[in-house]
Write a protein that binds this ligand. Structure first.
Ligand code: FAD
Ligand code: NAI
Length: 466
């Protein structure tokens, strides 16, 4: 078969690239090694984790907040099998949706492992070992990422697990020890803490979610401690031993002493690495950098001019929406258009409760760059809407240029932060000043009023409701 464009990998980067290519009139194929489409995000990432986060949040509320709301129920019980099976249904519906989109856009789907024979030929090895080849004028590599580990840790997938296994356990852990206080550790730790597990997080650095603004780390630490999390910051893991149904995690404390944590499961969530194994990059002379990422220019073109790479397999945030934007960008470039991605405005979200969401620069980044900035913040507890729903934890922090008032960063921890951040992206995309946003009417009562108030606080320090 001969195609204009072939995409290797059907995650959010790959399937979006394929759809956009088809929309632009290219004869398009997609190659996926698994039986289902959708990649990490739909199968073992964004979607299943959010399904379990939502279910566990309902349970948590039934146990802890219904009574105050005036709803008396018998003590709720977790039906974990049902929770996992609902999650599986959600994943199936979502993956089936991608099948439908491929058919709708007349994209040929080839199930099998893709590898380069030469710069225009891809060998596809099906699960039964059968091999075939397709030809393509242009190729987009969207092979994503896999969980990272440490050399001395053996991931047995039973007791020492990655996020993939943590999303499909057969029981709620009694004590889940998590290595890495980043997004995966805190999201999946929240699921199991709400369902009754003791959760301990061992983090190498001095704070959790270290890539985000320091205020967010501080506030989230407080909220998760209330949920029962134990944090071991500045601890260096030195060993993980699994024996029968038990796991021992050994770490060096900041004082150089040894700490032993005994659990029944250990989740290793210390980041992800780009996945290019078996792709045959060496056959076409495409290099990877020290972190294993495929090197590209700013147009996401590799050193081979008809081959592009997008998503988790290239530099930048490992996020589904970043991969999607890159898929669209590459397709449109191939059609002669001149698209652009503002990487500074790719939002980041942590789906704990309260949620954390951010766009633009952190205060730490502004300090390091020597930018003259000002801060305006507003706590959720001063919002009528937050009191009505009892979601009073959190705040909005707006960072603006001290001289021009342009918004440089918005950081939200609180209920529905994930959805609120889109308006921050809009404001910053149009280079709004804090005063611009503070003068826009925000519906009352809404959580978004906290953003308006934080902008008022940044503008001449004049919030109204505090
Ligand atoms: P992937 O989604 O990894 O897809 C790559 C695809 O390529 C896979 O299907 C793989 O099987 C296939 N493939 C690889 N090599 C070959 C080959 N040689 N031949 C054929 N097929 C191949 N991001 C968010 O933005 N929001 C979230 O809430 C979020 N939650 C997450 C939760 C978890 C637990 C995890 C693990 C990740 C989460 N992410 C989230 C990150 C998100 O999943 C990734 O950033 C995103 O999936 C990257 O998309 P991608 O298309 O680059 O690669
Ligand atoms: P992460 O990069 O978010 O966090 C890893 C954490 O592990 C960091 O805090 C780091 O300091 C710590 N760490 C690293 N080495 C360590 C060691 N040896 N001992 C102890 N701690 C150590 O990575 P994570 O959580 O694995 O997630 C991978 C990626 O998946 C994320 O970066 C994100 O891009 C994506 N993701 C996004 C989500 C979202 O958007 N809501 C949800 C889940 C994952």
């Amino acid at each position: 078969m001969q195609y204009d464009v072939t995409v290797i990998g059907s995650g959010p980067g790959g399937y979006v690239a394929a759809i956009r290519c088809a929309q632009l009139g290219f004869k398009t194929a997609i190659v996926e090694k698994y039986n289902t489409l959708g990649g990490t995000c739909l199968n073992v990432g964004c979607i299943p984790s959010k399904a379990l986060l939502d279910s566990s949040e309902h349970f948590h509320n039934a146990e802890h907040t219904f009574k105050t709301h005036g709803i008396d129920i018998n003590k709720p019980k977790v039906n974990f099998g049902q929770m996992i099976s609902r999650k599986d249904d959600v994943v199936k519906q979502t993956c089936d949706g991608i099948d439908f989109l491929m058919k709708k856009n007349k994209i040929d789907v080839h199930h099998g492992f893709g590898s380069f024979v030469d710069k225009n030929t891809i060998k596809i090895t099906a699960a039964d070992g059968k091999e075939s080849q397709i030809q393509s004028e242009k190729i987009i590599i969207a092979t994503g990422s896999k969980p990272s580990s440490l050399p001395f840790i053996k991931i047995d997938k039973k007791r020492v697990i990655t996020s993939t296994e943590a999303l499909a356990l057969k029981e709620v852990p009694k004590h889940l020890v998590i290595i890495g206080g980043g997004v995966i550790g805190l999201e999946l730790g929240s699921v199991y803490a709400r369902l009754g597990a003791k959760v301990s997080v061992v983090e190498f650095l001095d704070r959790i979610i270290p890539g985000m603004d320091g205020t967010m780390s501080k506030e989230l630490t407080k909220s998760l401690k209330k949920l029962g999390f134990d944090f071991y910051l500045k601890h260096k893991v030195t060993g993980v031993e699994a024996k029968g149904k038990n796991v021992k995690v050994i770490a060096e404390t900041p004082k150089g002493e040894s700490l032993e944590l005994d659990g029944d499961y250990c989740l290793v969530s210390i980041g992800r690495r780009p996945y290019t194994e078996g792709l045959g990059l060496e056959n076409i002379g495409i290099a990877t950098d020290k972190g294993g990422r495929i090197e590209t220019d700013e147009h996401l073109r590799t050193s081979v001019s008809n081959i592009y790479a997008i998503g988790d397999v290239v530099k930048g945030a490992m996020l589904a929406h970043k991969a999607e934007e890159e898929g669209t960008l590459v397709a449109e470039q191939m059609a002669g258009q001149k698209p652009h991605i503002n990487y500074n405005l790719i939002p980041g979200v942590v789906y704990t409760w309260p949620e954390v969401a951010a766009v633009g620069q952190t205060e730490e980044q502004l300090k390091e760059a020597g930018t003259d900035y000002k801060v305006g913040s507003f706590p959720f507890k001063a919002l009528g809407r937050a009191r009505a729903s009892m979601d009073v934890d959190g705040l909005v922090k707006v960072l603006a240029d001290k001289n021009t008032d342009e918004i440089l960063g918005i950081h939200i921890i609180g209920a529905r932060a994930a959805d609120m951040i889109a308006s921050g992206v809009t404001a910053m995309e149009f280079r709004a000043s804090a005063e611009d946003v503070s003068r826009m009417s925000h519906a009352h009562p809404t959580y978004m009023e906290a953003v308006k108030e934080a902008c008022l606080a940044a503008t001449e320090a004049r919030p109204i409701h505090i």
